[in-house]
Design a protein around this ligand. Structure first.
Ligand code: HEC
Ligand code: HEC
Length: 206
């Protein structure tokens, strides 16, 4: 009788051990699986090389974005980034010259039909004081430029993430209207990558 009690007790204790063992093990693995969203201490150096930025910079270099973030005071068109037809200029606020404002032709939505003006709310170029030109820049320079409050309209990282992931002009790149190729990387994937970059310290490549 005494022996039976001991063995039951032992079996119970054994099960308890196994149970708590698997619990802490699963907690360990789930912590390891989670990407280092809030990197602290030892994990930081691995992320500090800007690789997470390079992961999504192809989107910023896509013609749908570059056509408004390119050199000179003109918007560009097409996948070859040719200067906008009809001598359209940036103008004093980025919204064109008096006689040829962007919204003379561009609405807040795409117009149907090939070669019809595409559109989104606030369609225009960045203003001449902060032209946000990325053309000709290295990945590292683009990264520093979009993070620099003097060049990015005083945005902090959270506001930059917000702009990159949900601004209407940016979103247009995934729905650019008939005859134009949308940005290749899916919007979900792009947003996840931008957030991961920001959460791990928003490092720029060297
Ligand atoms: C006189 C009309 C007109 C004005 C003014 C105008 N646009 Fe356009 N824009 C067009 C048309 C039409 C297209 C489409 C051309 C096509 O698809 O062949 C276009 C295309 C574009 C594209 C190309 C999108 C792409 O990725 O191919 C951009 C960018 C653009 N316009 C920006 C601007 C900006 C910024 C302004 C003001 C500074 C402006 N446009 C003023 C008519 C105009
Ligand atoms: C029709 C023109 C247009 C297109 C197309 C466009 N942008 Fe912009 N972008 C602007 C304007 C105008 C601003 C400045 C407005 C502001 O700061 O709120 C801007 C600002 C930005 C900024 C702010 C930070 C900085 O310093 O550059 C980022 C980031 C950005 N755009 C990303 C993108 C991305 C990514 C795409 C393509 C998916 C894109 N834009 C497509 C016109 C455009």
């Amino acid at each position: 009788m005494k022996q039976l009690q001991t063995s039951v007790l032992l079996a119970f204790a054994g099960m308890l051990l196994i149970f708590t063992g698997t619990m802490s093990l699963s907690r360990l693995t789930s912590a390891a699986e989670k990407p280092a969203t809030k990197t602290t201490g030892s994990a930081a150096p691995a992320k500090a090389d800007g690789a997470l930025f390079v992961d999504f910079v192809s989107v910023l270099r896509h013609p749908r974005c570059m056509n408004c973030h390119s050199l000179g005071d003109v918007p560009r068109q097409g996948d070859d980034g040719h200067p906008h037809t009809m001598n359209v200029r940036r103008g004093p606020e980025g919204h064109g010259m008096t006689a040829e404002k962007c919204n003379t032709c561009h609405q807040d939505h795409n117009l149907a039909g090939p070669h019809m003006p595409p559109g989104a709310p606030n369609w225009g170029l960045p203003p001449p004081t902060t032209p946000m030109i990325w053309q000709g820049l290295t990945d590292a320079q683009i990264c520093r430029s979009i993070k620099d409050p003097k060049q990015n309209k005083n945005r902090n990282i959270d506001q930059l993430v917000e702009h990159l992931t949900s601004d209407k002009l940016v979103m247009w790149g995934w729905d650019p209207g008939e005859g134009r190729l949308p940005v290749q990387m899916s919007h979900d994937e792009f947003s996840a990558k931008v957030k991961q970059w920001a959460d791990s310290g928003a490092a720029c490549p060297k």
